[in-house]
Structure formats: C-alpha cells, structure tokens
Design a protein around this ligand. Structure first.
Ligand code: M6R
Length: 613
C-alpha cells in the first residue's frame, strides 16, 4: 500500500514538473511513508535521474535537493513496505539493468518469485528484494525482443499476476508515462499542456479538476497532449468517462489546524449536514433498502472503524427494523461467506472503497450470488464499482490516517438505511419515518454542541491520563460500538493501550487489571431508563478497585456516583447519541497523541488504505 504519482508536460506550458511531482506525492503520504523516491527526465539533457531512500518524503526531497532539479516528465512513489525492509534499495522507483526504465508500483505482484528466477536465468541483475523490480526487468527483456516499448509493456502485463497500479518512465520515450491498473487505485488527471497520474484525487486537485478513474485491466500511456487507454488489446473510449470534481483544494488541506486529524474532527458538523442533504436528495438509500428487503439473510462487514460503524447499523436495524443482521470483521470473511447464497445481502462499509479485506469479502459473497451494497466515501473506488448499490457518504477527502469524520458519516448513512428498512418492512409508520429522518438533520448540531462542551475538559483530562499505559472504555448497547471506536482511536494515535468492552462484560475478566489510578472511561448512552442504573453499578465496581473514572455521556448521567470527571455532551436521543459521544473520544485520542509528541496524522506502522491482506 503505497502512493504513486506521474506527470508529463509540454515545457512551453509547464517549464518544470518537479514541483507538481513533489507536491502531488506529499498529498499521498497518508498511504505510506517509510520510503520515497523520484525518477524523472531532466530538462535539457533528457537524462533519466533517480533519487530514492528510506524516510518520509520531505527527508528524501531535502537529502537530494530534488526540488532544485528541472524535469519534463517524472514519476514518484511513497512506500509502505510489503516485500523487503524499508531501505534505499527497496525504495521505488526500480530500474532495469541499464537504468533506462523506471517503475513505481502500488500493490503486490503475486508471482514475482517465479518471474525473478526466470529473469535471473536470463542474466538480469536484481538490486532489491521487492516484487516490483521484476516489472522493470520484464520490460527490459521484452523491449530488447520487440524493439517496441508499448508491445513490451503489454507482454509484461500478461506475465504479472496480482494487484497493481503502475507508472513507468522510459528514457527512450521521454515525454510518455506508461500506466496500468489492476485492483490498486489509479486515476488520470487531465490538464492543459500536461497530463498526470495518481493514486487519488486530492493529490492532483491543485493542478486539475478533470479526472478519469481507471478500471481494472486498463493500461496505456499519457503524454502532454494525449491519453491512450486499452483493455484486452482494444482501444478504450475514455472521453465520456471524464468527471469534474468540485471539492475545493482547501477541503483536502489542513484549513488552519495543526493536524488533519483535528481539522477532520472539527469539520464533522458540516460534513454530517452535507451527507444528510446528499442522502435526502438522492435515491441511494431507497435503492439499497429495496435490495435488503429481498434478502433473507443480511450481513454487514468492514475493517477497523468501518467495522465499528457496521456494529452501529446492527443496533439500529434491531431497533427500527427488527431485522437481524450478522456483522463480521472483513478479513474473517471465509467463515461467513460459506453461509451466503443468492438470497443474501452483504453491506460492505469502507470509506476508501479500496480496503482489500473488504473487497475480498465482497467478492467471496458475490461469487455465491449475494447482492452487495457499498457504503463508501470515494466515488469510483473499487468497492462501489463492484457492488450492486452504493450509498455515498459526503465527508470529503479524509487525509488523517485515523478515520474520524468518515466514521460519523458512515453511521449517518447506515442509520438512514436502517430507518428505510424499518418503514419498508412496516415496523415503523411512514410518519414516524419522516419524523426520525427530520430529527437526524440535527446530527451535525449534536457533534458541534458536544465538541464545544467537551473540548476544555478533554484538555484537562489528558494531563491526568498522559502517564497511563492502559485504559478501558466501557459502554452498554449503543455505547459498545462507540467504545470500540474510541479505543481504536486512542490506541492508533496515542499508542496508549485502550481496550473497549461491554460494561457488563468487564466483570468477567478485564476488571482483574484494575488497580488504583487505572483509567476507565464509561459511555453514558440513552435510553437512561434501561442503562443508567446498570452503568452506575459498573462505575462503583471500578471505583471500589481504585479506578480513575470518567463519564462521557448524554444529559442525565451527570449525577452518577463515583465518577471523577463527567463530560455532559447535551440532551440527545438514541438516534443522535453517536454524534455527541464520538467527538470527545476522538478529541481525547488526538490530544493524548499531541501531548505525548506523536504525529496523529501519520501514526507509526499504519497506512490510510490497507490494500494487502
Ligand atoms: O477505508 P476503510 O474504511 O475500508 O478502512 C478500514 C480501516 O483500515 C480503517 O478504518 C482503519 O482502521 C483506520 N486506521 C481507523 O482509524
């Protein structure tokens, strides 16, 4: 899981593409950041130059003073290591023996070991441990045989198996960049006097708003004034596939906040409203609910945060539609897909639409005839494209590796879906449905009020928690998936070990760890009449063992006995509680990361989009 970018330009229009390469690559850093590299055709000399090393993009750019060079075309890569440790030789681009061909790659070439053996027998000398390097040598091999680089490229593609987004530059054709896509995302950005390639849209937004989303199996090349795409040897007519994106560049940048994560937490009120208006003015939810209605088994899946949103759906589906739903973690799909048939529906939740575990779950269910509904934030990504129906969240690009705004917009979209299922099944009346949808309009307001009410207390709370090595986050019913999500946020950005449990379950083992000062955060969700007394009991159990107790709850939990700190997020019903309870947890994680000197936008060992199983 890596990010790639490529630019080729007419020097009369764009005298130097280097700033575009560097800036474009920096916006892809969320996809991996253990090494980076550049290959470009130098202005004037038309030599192929390559700089690459272990480290973040800025470190590599500064080390080689990459920005001082002038280029007419180039490719670049930011890496998250899969094959081979992160070091200079394994950093991309990879070269052929004569250093005439440079390749950057996102994905995994599954059959690289056999190909490498075959190439070594033919005398090719490998420099790295990566799967990608075989592509450079295959190109070299076939180019010698064919004396035509495009033919060599097509022959190479026939040899490789696996997932790839490839960008290739060849010294013999200095203004052309070859590309191919299979599974890993790749888009073309169309400019005036230049064209570019990238793994995502935000990295190209500063230069163009016109894009072509490449489909699996497509390959070709770009030149400053030409885009050529083929699939299975046939020319692809792409002009009608050009989409114009209206996201502002500012949407994809930090907007004055020190970190993307904070910006993305703070923009939740707005994006919830935008998602709400998008959903009421489209028929995406109705179309998806139709499909659920025809199913006799409903599964829902996702990874990480998206799985937690799936658990919220299970809750609302039981509440509003009396519909049993089977949730599962996407990577565990084998156990569940066995149960699927043509009467099954699977909801796949994925903000990026590219998570390979979720995509594999989708494919396993689809192979058994199941109908698929995607919940995604990225138009044209793989999961929506392979699904029967899609409900889009309208969160805008999320750059911070930790999912924040996309979680609550997923919850909103899934709540719409549960309500629609409820009315279609006759569990709630049409007027109840209309009223509940109307009330959901306040999701953004709930987030906004909660942020306002909790920000200061969280700042004080982190002073108390910053020395802790562990913490529990406990909830009941709707509070359980929200607790899981809160614990994931704390873990991934602050590196404090946070574990979530249903509060009632804490007595069955986890309480053994509690000793004086051990922090336990309780989530006080509605309905109070069912949950408050039980949660009160759980607080007292923890207090009796000396725990430091914190309540993040809706109005009504302020008078809980035994609580050291209470954050009252306002008066919110079951329908709106997720939007109020979640932001303080996100802020807690964020502030802990900052006070502990971690980078909340780029937590260690993580990448925004996980495209390896
Ligand atoms: O793009 P997806 O929603 O499919 O991503 C799923 C997970 O990789 C993602 O939620 C991950 O757990 C985040 N780091 C959570 O903050």
């Amino acid at each position: 899981m890596c990010g790639i970018v490529g630019v080729t330009a007419d020097p009369d229009q764009v005298p130097n593409v280097m700033p575009m390469l560097v800036q474009g690559l920096k916006r892809l850093e969320y996809r991996g950041y253990d090494s980076a590299g550049f290959a470009f055709i130098e202005c004037g000399s038309y030599n192929l130059k390559v700089f690459k090393n272990r480290g973040k993009i800025d470190e590599v750019v500064n080390q080689y003073m990459v920005s001082n060079y002038c280029a007419v075309a180039g490719i670049a890569h930011t890496r998250w290591a899969t094959h081979g440790e992160p070091n200079q030789v394994n950093a991309h681009p990879h070269l052929d023996c004569d250093s005439e061909i440079a390749v950057v790659h996102n994905g995994i070439i599954k059959n690289f070991a056999e190909l490498r053996e075959w190439l070594v027998e033919k005398g090719h000398q490998f420099r790295s441990d990566t799967d990608t390097e075989v592509v450079a040598h295959l190109l070299e091999h076939f180019n010698r045989e064919e004396n035509d680089f495009f033919t060599a490229f097509k022959k190479t593609l026939q040899m490789i198996e696996g997932a790839y987004a490839l960008a290739i530059i060849y010294r013999g054709e200095p203004s052309r960049i070859y590309f191919a896509r299979n599974v890993s995302p790749l888009l073309i950005g169309l400019g005036i006097g230049f064209n570019m390639l990238s793994s995502d849209i935000p990295s190209m937004l500063a230069y163009t708003r016109k894009f072509i989303v490449l489909n699996d199996g497509e390959y070709g090349y770009i030149e400053p004034y030409k885009v050529y795409i083929e699939r299975d040897g046939e020319l692809v007519e792409w002009r009608r596939r050009v989409t114009t994106i209206t996201w502002s560049l500012e949407d994809a940048e930090k907007g004055g906040y020190p970190h993307y994560m904070l910006k993305e937490i703070m923009e939740q009120p707005r994006v919830l409203y935008e998602t709400y208006t998008g959903l009421v003015s489209s028929n995406e939810v109705e179309k998806a609910a139709e499909l659920l209605l025809g199913a006799n088994k409903i599964f829902i899946t996702g990874a990480g945060t998206s799985y937690h949103a799936s658990l919220v759906f299970m809750y609302y589906s039981s509440l509003f539609a009396k519909e049993p739903v089977i949730p599962f973690i996407a990577s565990e799909y084998t156990t569940y897909s066995r149960l699927a048939d043509e009467n099954t529906a699977l909801i796949v939740v994925s903000q990026s639409g590219e998570t390979i575990d979720s995509l594999q779950a989708l494919r396993a269910f689809k192979n058994r005839g199941a109908k698929i509904i995607a919940i995604s934030n990225v138009i044209g990504s793989s999961i929506p494209r392979e699904s029967d129906r899609t409900i889009y969240t309208r969160a805008g690009p999320e750059i911070g590796v930790a999912a924040t705004k996309t979680f609550l917009t997923q919850v909103l979209a899934l709540t719409f879906l549960a309500l629609r299922l409820g009315v279609d099944k006759g569990i709630i009346t049409k007027s109840e449905y209309r009223e509940l949808i109307e009330r959901l309009k306040k999701a953004g307001e709930a987030a906004s009020i909660s942020i306002e009410k909790s920000s200061r207390i969280i700042e004080r709370l982190v002073m108390k928690l910053k020395e802790s090595r562990n913490m529990y986050i406990l909830g009941r019913e709707l509070g359980v998936p929200l607790a899981y999500e809160g614990a994931l946020k704390v873990k991934e950005v602050s590196y404090i070990h946070a574990e979530a449990y249903p509060a009632g379950e804490s007595k069955h083992g986890p309480i053994a760890l509690v000793e004086p000062g051990f922090p336990v955060v309780f989530l006080g969700t509605p309905p109070l009449e069912n949950l408050k007394e039980k949660l009160q009991g759980n607080v007292m159990e923890m207090k009796a063992r000396g725990a430091s107790t914190i309540i993040i709850g809706v109005k009504g939990y302020e008078d809980i006995r035994g609580a050291d700190i209470v954050i009252n997020t306002g008066e919110w019903s079951e329908l709106l509680a997720p939007y109020a309870i979640t932001p303080p947890l996100q802020l807690l994680a964020y502030r802990l990361a900052v006070i502990l000197g971690r980078d909340p936008d780029k937590p260690r060992n993580l990448a925004k989009t996980v495209t390896v199983e």
